[in-house]
Design a protein around this ligand. Structure first.
Ligand code: DX5
Ligand code: ZN
Length: 244
């Protein structure tokens, strides 16, 4: 058993990391062609990506395996944009420091597998990253009530985690709106990130419900011309913001 992460005593850690200005398009590289990852990243960046989303899966919490710190390092070499690492893994405390060393600027952990959320969030901050908590579609936002003031962002899954290319679950939109309302009521700073099945048909709805970070995997990379596809999504966000 690994020793517990070192904790600093005293006041909660200040928010760290590099949160993007919102609204922000976050292409998920899970759907990218890893044979030409550098080109894929450059294209999405030219198309208007504001950060990159990296999905880490362990085959336990979710029934799939994906990437680890070496891929985060490779993406970090390919872009100056912030890296948003979504840990879909059990016992994330064991790996947080390594992901920050690899280049993670934002780190989210799943509430469903972290028994000591407050400690984990402080540890992410102490490592120098922005801290987020991710919720599965069936997990109510009420579980965040006590930790919300400490968070830099909340990741609301709009598919069941584990795979790219799934269909957006529309019920998440009311969850986004309710969380946005609660964040404003208590004067918290957390941004809301929506992840899964986001594309041209729902990205504006997610933004208007209150999301600030919009993750899109297959809508950017699953096809030709990720630059044009990212550009179209970024334009929808910019257009909605101008109208709003
Ligand atoms: C799903 C991942 C998502 C996924 C999004 O478990 O957390 O980030 O990569 O991909 P799309 O946009 O294809 O649903
Ligand atoms: Zn994700």
């Amino acid at each position: 058993m690994a020793s517990p992460p070192k904790q600093k005593r005293g006041e909660p850690s200040p928010a760290a990391g590099r949160l993007p200005e919102t609204p922000a398009l976050a292409p998920s590289i899970l759907a990218a062609d890893f044979g030409c990852l550098t080109d894929e990243i450059a294209a999405a960046e030219e198309g208007g990506a504001r950060l990159f989303h990296l999905d880490v899966m362990d085959g336990h919490f979710v029934p799939n395996l994906s990437m680890g710190p070496p891929v985060v390092e490779a993406v970090n070499r390919a872009t100056e944009l912030p890296l948003d690492v979504h840990l879909m893994i059990e016992e994330p405390d064991r790996y947080i420091e390594r992901f920050v060393q690899a280049g993670a600027d934002l780190i989210s952990v799943h509430q469903e597998v972290v028994p000591h959320l407050h400690r984990t969030v402080r540890f992410i901050h102490d490592c120098g990253a922005s801290a987020g908590v991710a919720l599965n579609p069936a997990t109510p936002i009420g579980v965040l009530e006590e930790i919300l003031p400490d968070l830099d962002y909340v990741l609301l899954m709009s598919v069941n985690p584990g795979f790219g290319g799934q269909r957006f679950i529309p019920a998440v939109l009311s969850k986004v709106a309710a969380l946005r309302k609660r964040i404003e009521e208590i004067g918290a700073r957390a941004a809301i990130e929506v992840d899964g099945g986001v594309g041209p048909e729902n990205i504006v709805q997610a933004l208007e419900a209150g999301a600030g970070i919009l993750v899109a995997g297959s809508a950017v990379f699953d096809g030709r011309d990720p630059r044009a596809r990212a550009r179209a999504l970024a334009a929808l966000l910019a257009g909605a913001r101008r109208r709003g």
